[in-house]
Write a protein that binds this ligand. Structure first.
Ligand code: FES
Length: 162
């Protein structure tokens, strides 16, 4: 199952506890940001200020670190992350159509999360299994040799491997 969780309302007390705990570590900022994201499913804007204050940084510097690391997010994400490959091998074998169909099935554009927090749709450059192109990943599971029927089956409720 994908680690990302539906958005949890930020609990500032919990954020303060986490800041205090991680502040004592030698290289605390990234692990703290990861921990906040693990608990809330993303890094809530409310967390930036107390984290910056604890490490004597400007909020913009903390924001800069978050922006630098692709795995850190400042907006809530779905429980299942759907990644459609846009790499060359997938592209020449129909990846564009697969992406279009996934968008239709999920009713999402790239970067969007469904209102029920079930799915976030992303595209990736290459997921490293080009021989099975076109590919998509749902959560931690890779689905290769995708075609329109497989896309439809995959997103019928409960069949997406999660
Ligand atoms: S291009 Fe899609 S897996 Fe490599």
């Amino acid at each position: 199952m994908e680690k990302s969780q539906p958005a949890i309302k930020p609990d500032i007390t919990r954020i303060t506890e986490l800041v205090a705990r991680y502040q004592r570590q030698e290289w605390p900022l990234i692990p703290l940001l990861q921990k906040v994201q693990e608990e809330f499913g993303y890094i809530p804007p409310e967390a930036i200020e107390p984290i910056a204050a604890a490490f004597r940084l400007f909020p913009s510097e903390v924001q800069g670190v978050i922006t630098f690391y692709e795995q850190l997010y400042t907006t809530p994400r779905g429980r299942k992350i759907v990644r459609v490959c846009r790499g060359t091998a997938c592209h020449v074998r129909g990846g564009k159509t697969i992406l279009k169909l996934v968008k239709q099935h999920l009713n999402l554009e790239e970067g969007q999360t469904s209102p029920d927090m079930e799915y976030t749709l992303e595209t990736v450059a290459c997921i490293g299994v080009c021989a099975l192109a076109p590919n998509i990943v749902v959560g931690k599971e890779t689905h290769g040799n995708m075609n329109p029927k497989k896309v439809a089956r995959l997103f019928e409720s409960g069949k997406d491997g999660e």
